[in-house]
Structure formats: structure tokens, C-alpha cells
Design a binder for this molecule. Structure first.
Ligand code: BJW
Ligand code: ZN
Length: 246
């Protein structure tokens, strides 16, 4: 635990660094959407139905039982459809407008950053509101809930899949390049609401720090990276992010 006076000092330090920075990168995870009602992956409430999200988020699961995987993603679309951005999403959209250079790297597939007004969003793990052909790779937005099964590609009749990055799949090379370029160039980075166990996103904070950035973490709990980053602030993203970016 951080002492209360230490916590206040840390908060002030992050605030000053963010205020003075011209090139800012933010990395977000499921914790930033938790206060909007989006279930996180790990920890309390991190399980949906009787399945482990991470067991269904694999290409093997889709090959074995595409109907089950689609059922799972349709269920999640149903959960996400009515949800709205929270104070943390909105504060990050405000921060973007105030900075010369701002890149928001998100692991979230829910689209809530864009809904809050963020423009320069790099979706590391894709977007649940898009589908992609598993045969020809065609992508398109599809917001139907549920998507009727089996969803079929208009151009090649291949089976459509959610346009997200599953375990064992590589991130899109363009996305990967944009992300690392931003990490190398930023003065300040905020790492918000991510458990720091899924690579390569988990090590992005450390990478920015090694490249000279001041890197602050905001999380309800300590993570494997808390001690290695410049500052770790403990608390809710919806409380802390608006305080840090004013
Ligand atoms: C709050 C809060 C509040 C709560 N306020 N905070 C190197 C080493 C070891 C393994 C690997 C490695 N490189 C690659 C791997 C394998 C694998 C991996 O990392 N495995 C680990 C689990 C060990 N990685 C991959 O496969 C990646 N691909 C890759 O690297 O390609 C190259 C390659 C190919 C082949 C073989 C090897 C390498 C792809 C990873 C794709 C991840 N996909 C998912 C699913 C997306 C689609 C979907 O949603 O269905 O992405 S998994 C899931 O985890 C999702 C998330 O984006 C991701 C991260 O989760 P996140 O956001 O951190 O959420 P949680 O729930 O874990 O944490 C929430 C946090 O918020 C907690 O800390 C809370 O405390 C906090 N919190 N409320 C502030 N109010
Ligand atoms: Zn196709």
C-alpha cells in the first residue's frame, strides 16, 4: 500500500508530467471500461457463463466449434450494445484535444473510446463491432445483435469471424508498427486498467520507459509492472484519469 501523503504526491507528479508533455501515449485495458459495465477478463466477475473468455478467444476454439464461439461473441455484443463511455474515456478524449501529439493504444474491443470522442485510437486487439472473413480477410462493420449464424462473406462465401485478435494470433503488422513508433517517440505514457499479463501489450509501458518516457500506471491493484514503471497510482480509472488530465 502507498501512504496517503505519498499517493497525493504521486498524483501531483503525474499531473504535472501530463500537463507539460507534448507527446502523449495512453495504453488502456479492460479496467478503463469496467465502470461502464464491461466485464473484465481476469479477477472478480471476470468469468462469463461457465466459460473462460480466454479459452474461447483462440483460433483453435473457432476451428473446433464456430457456433459456440459466435454464441459467445453474440452474448458479449448484447452485453456491450447499451453501454456508454465513462469519465475516464471522456477525460482521455479531452486530453487528446489538448496535445500536439496523442496516441491512444487500446486493448479493448468495445469501441467506447471512439464513442467518447477519441480520434487517434489504435486498436491492438481489434473491434467486436467488425467482422472479418476467415477465408479472404475482407472486413466490415456489423452492429447487428445477434449476428445470424452462420455469418457468410459476401465476396467469397467464407465463414465470417469477429475481427479481434485471439491468443496465438499476431497483432496486425500496421497496428504493431504504429504502436511501437508512438512508444518510441512519447514523453509521457499512461497505462490504465490492464493486468499486464497479455503480451505484447503488457510490456509496452516498460518499452516506452526504456526509450526515455515517464510512464505512469493507473490501476485498482498493483500489477507485475508497477514497480518497474515511473509511478503507480492505485484507484479507479473513472476517479483518477479525470484528476490526472485536468
Ligand atoms: C481497473 C478497474 C477500474 C478493474 N479502474 N483499473 C510473450 C511471453 C509469454 C506469452 C506470450 C508472449 N508473446 C505472446 C504470448 C502469447 C499470448 C500471451 O500473452 N499469453 C499470456 C497470457 C501469457 N499473446 C498472444 O497470443 C498475442 N499474440 C502475439 O503476441 O502474437 C505473436 C505470437 C504469435 C504466436 C505465438 C506467440 C506469439 C495476442 C494476444 C491477444 C489477446 N486477446 C484478448 C481477447 C480479445 C478479443 C476478445 O475480447 O474476445 O484480448 S485476451 C484478453 O486479454 C483481451 C484483452 O485485451 C487482454 C488484456 O486484458 P486486460 O485488458 O489487461 O484485462 P484484465 O481483465 O486482465 O485486467 C483488467 C485490469 O483492470 C486489472 O488489472 C484490474 O485491476 C484493473 N481494473 N477495474 C482501474 N475501475
Ligand atoms: Zn471472404
Amino acid at each position: 500500500m502507498t501512504r496517503p501523503d505519498q499517493a497525493a504526491e504521486n498524483l501531483l507528479r503525474v499531473k504535472e508530467k501530463v500537463r507539460d508533455a507534448s507527446r502523449v501515449v495512453v495504453l488502456t485495458g479492460a479496467g478503463v471500461s469496467a465502470e461502464s459495465g464491461v466485464p473484465t477478463f481476469r479477477g472478480a466477475g471476470g468469468l462469463w457463463r461457465q466459460y473462460k473468455a480466454t479459452d474461447l478467444a483462440t483460433p483453435e476454439a473457432f476451428a473446433r466449434d464456430p457456433r459456440l464461439v459466435w454464441e459467445f461473441y453474440n452474448y458479449r455484443r448484447e452485453v456491450l450494445a447499451p453501454l456508454e463511455p465513462n469519465a475516464a474515456h471522456r477525460a482521455l478524449a479531452d486530453l487528446e484535444r489538448a496535445k500536439e501529439s496523442f496516441v491512444l493504444l487500446t486493448q479493448n474491443i468495445d469501441g467506447l473510446h471512439q464513442a467518447a470522442g477519441s480520434r487517434n485510437v489504435v486498436e491492438l486487439h481489434g473491434n467486436i463491432w467488425r467482422v472479418r472473413c476467415s477465408r479472404c480477410g475482407n472486413r466490415k462493420e456489423d452492429r447487428r445483435v445477434p449476428i445470424p449464424y452462420p455469418p457468410v462473406c459476401e465476396s467469397c462465401s467464407g465463414m465470417l469471424r469477429p475481427d479481434v485478435v485471439w491468443f496465438g494470433e499476431s497483432l496486425d503488422p500496421d497496428v504493431f508498427r504504429l504502436a511501437y513508433q508512438a512508444l518510441e517517440r512519447c514523453d509521457v505514457m499512461l497505462v490504465i486498467g490492464t493486468s499486464g499479463v497479455v503480451q505484447p501489450a503488457a510490456s509496452m509501458g516498460l518499452y516506452a520507459k526504456e526509450n526515455g518516457a515517464f510512464v505512469a500506471e493507473i490501476n485498482l491493484e498493483p500489477t507485475p509492472y508497477s514497480r518497474a514503471l515511473s509511478v503507480s497510482l492505485q484507484g479507479k480509472a473513472g476517479d483518477l484519469v479525470p484528476q490526472v488530465v485536468v
